[in-house]
Design a protein around this ligand. Sequence first.
Ligand code: SF4
Length: 229
Amino acid sequence: RDLAVLDARISGCRACPRLVAWREEVARVKRASFRDEEYWGRPVPGLGPADARIAVVGLAPAAHGGNRTGRVFTGDRSGDWIFAALWRAGLANQPTSTHIGDGLELTGVRVAASVRCAPPDNAPTPQERNTCNPWLARELALLPDLRVVVVLGGFGWTALWPVLAAAGYRPPRPRPKFGHGIEVALAGLHGPLTLLGSYHVSQQNTFTGRLTEPMLDAVLSRATELAGF
Ligand code: SF4
């Protein structure tokens, strides 16, 4: 199975009734400023090449971001932050991601989310997280060169442990607590893997200065170092 097949299967998923209803309702009603656009209104697959050595895992698509554009982290302020940082780290060919077909290319990195459908109030339930986890497990298992996972936020950190176990990695016990800059080394199917924690690029962190560009750059710089770039 390759990533394109997985992406297509994810895009057709309807396993969470609450999220299916919400993503489709948002796509129907739209935000006034995007009323002339066709919303995606479906699960949002990951983005990036199969030879990625780094995965960046976020929380879930934004209602008028990924749920509108159909591309992960694309079309909202969180995405503005992450793609600019990936560009500064040499992992993207341009600092912006506005829509599918805008020329963006990622190198050495795959960007994905713990939950693939936009949730109300940006808050999936633990059950929805658990239901969606197998998609991420399959995605990570399809990245044979994966060496580093950058986890954005505590929700994704918690969500990742069963994903890693399902993907063949052996999580430590007890599980290390989430924190910005935390680093955890694991052994796995395809060799060693390092988890790096980062505060999420959500506006409640970036607007308040809890997460700054230098803080995010430092995590991605460490990721590229560990990945051997
Ligand atoms: Fe499917 Fe995940 Fe969307 Fe739930 S959140 S419907 S499991 S893609």
